[in-house]
Write a protein that binds this ligand. Structure first.
Ligand SMILES: [Zn+2]
Length: 442
């Protein structure tokens, strides 16, 4: 079937078309241009884009949907003096309390909130140590099958909860990777590892033995300074070198954070063409350190942007990435628009493309129709050369309202409402699940 979005201001990912039109057929963009140059067949569904800005669907390159029900949660005691203690006192309590029902509710709420921020693809890193087998199917079913977003999933393998759960984590990653059959446009898998400091040598040996060659890893790297210190103490080498010895630095491997890796490690990441993902708001919230934005981009490393589970608003995340650089370097010229554009609008689509095997991040003939329609009437001229100024200083800091969202042409949101989801019922169920979950916190 055909859908025609018109008239709308369209940002293709490259250029702005005023009073533009987008024609979608069978999930793919088949025509795009000024409204009088695009015609649809009789019977095409017409979507009024007046007062709206159409942008390519956004991608979150590192998130944790399992944390969606943490909002408002209190843990005691909470007096961390290091990043590891933040994990111990908060996140490792939450993930242990997740059961099959609450992890489903958490995944769906997180995905719906992402959709409301214009996100069409989620790259998730899941943990539920007391509900490991089948957890990735559950998350995938909520995100992809029920809501209709694209997703890449993995289980956060760790030795922190003993050998039995570690083995289950390996099995869940391998089983799920095999079940999705490698890259497909809607859903794919990686092999998840928590972090170097929670993965012992025998476990990494088993991972290296069993991980398929075409499967990348998804791991936190040097998020806190202690990760590198412990790696050198225990293994006599830096984290990137340790992962490389096991052949795990692959073009489909995501290294989240990388705040404390040294220059030689960055060179090795570049040499192996592995992916680095920056999560500025999470890093600031945990007070763990500053991302070397120019150091990664200048090396040609494929760098992207994630929220690390702290919200889903990629435009606000990008805004923060910029002001964090400026503030930290005490230089308003650091973190310029082209570097920010490289993270979210070039990096993330290329990362997703490596994992899903589909071209994302642009509205163009032949590309899948992953499109967000934002309610946006600018008070100043909007042109190809100043789009980022509008997205960051308009939608990100004033108000972001996604009226319509399409994934492969299929509507997820229409006129501000979910198409196939009873939002009120889902939120009521989530509150009940959160109540149960919080009651189980150790
Ligand atoms: Zn993370």
């Amino acid at each position: 079937m055909e859908r025609l979005i018109a008239p709308a201001t369209v940002w293709t990912g490259e250029t702005v078309i005023e009073r533009g039109a987008i024609l979608i057929r069978d999930g793919t963009v088949v025509a795009i241009g000024p409204i009088d140059e695009v015609s649809s067949a009789d019977g095409a569904e017409r979507i009024d884009g007046s007062g709206k800005l159409a942008i390519p669907g956004l991608i979150n390159a590192h998130t944790h949907l399992y944390s969606s029900l943490a909002r408002g949660m209190a843990v005691t005691p909470f007096a961390p003096t290091s990043f590891t203690e933040i994990l111990e006192q908060l996140w490792w309590k939450l993930d242990k309390a997740l059961d099959p029902e609450s992890l489903r509710a958490s995944a769906l709420i997180g995905a719906m909130e992402a959709a409301r921020c214009g996100v069409t693809t989620l790259i998730d890193h899941h943990a539920s140590p007391n509900a490991i087998p089948g957890s990735l199917d559950a998350v995938k079913e909520e995100v992809c099958d029920r809501l209709g977003l694209r997703g890449v999933f993995c289980y956060e393998l760790s030795d922190r909860d003993g050998p039995e759960r570690s083995e289950k984590g390996i099995d869940e990653n391998l089983r799920f990777f095999a079940s999705v059959g490698g890259a497909s446009p809607g859903c794919s898998a990686q092999f998840g590892l928590h972090a170097s400091f929670t993965i012992d040598e025998p476990t990494l040996d088993r991972v290296a033995e069993r991980i398929p060659e075409e499967c990348g890893i998804h791991i936190h790297v040097a998020e806190g300074p202690e990760d590198e210190v412990l790696c050198e103490q225990a293994h006599g080498m830096r984290i990137i070198e340790r992962l490389d010895r096991y052949g795990l630095l692959r073009p489909t491997s995501i290294l989240a954070h990388c705040l404390h890796i040294d220059e030689a490690e960055k060179d090795l990441v570049a040499e192996r063409d592995a992916v680095v993902v920056h999560n500025p708001r999470s890093n600031m919230n945990n007070a763990v350190g500053l991302f070397d934005l120019s150091g990664f981009l200048d090396r040609g490393i494929l760098a992207g942007l994630g929220t690390d589970g702290l919200g889903a608003n990629m435009l606000a995340e990008l805004f923060t990435a910029g002001i964090l650089q400026k503030h930290s370097h005490a230089d308003p010229l650091v973190g310029p628009f082209d570097a920010l554009h490289a993270l979210l609008f070039r990096g993330n689509p290329r990362i997703a493309e490596r994992l899903l095997g589909v071209t994302l991040g642009r509205i163009d003939v032949g590309a899948p129709a992953d499109i967000a329609l934002l309610d946006y009437t600018p008070p100043t001229p909007l042109r190809s050369e100043n789009v980022l100024g509008h997205l960051l200083f308009g939608t990100a800091v004033h108000s972001l309202r996604v009226a319509d969202l399409f994934v492969a042409g299929r509507p997820v949101l229409r006129d501000g409402a979910f198409v196939d989801i009873d939002e009120e019922a889902v939120y009521a169920h989530a509150r009940a699940q959160a109540d149960r979950l919080w009651g189980r916190l150790g």
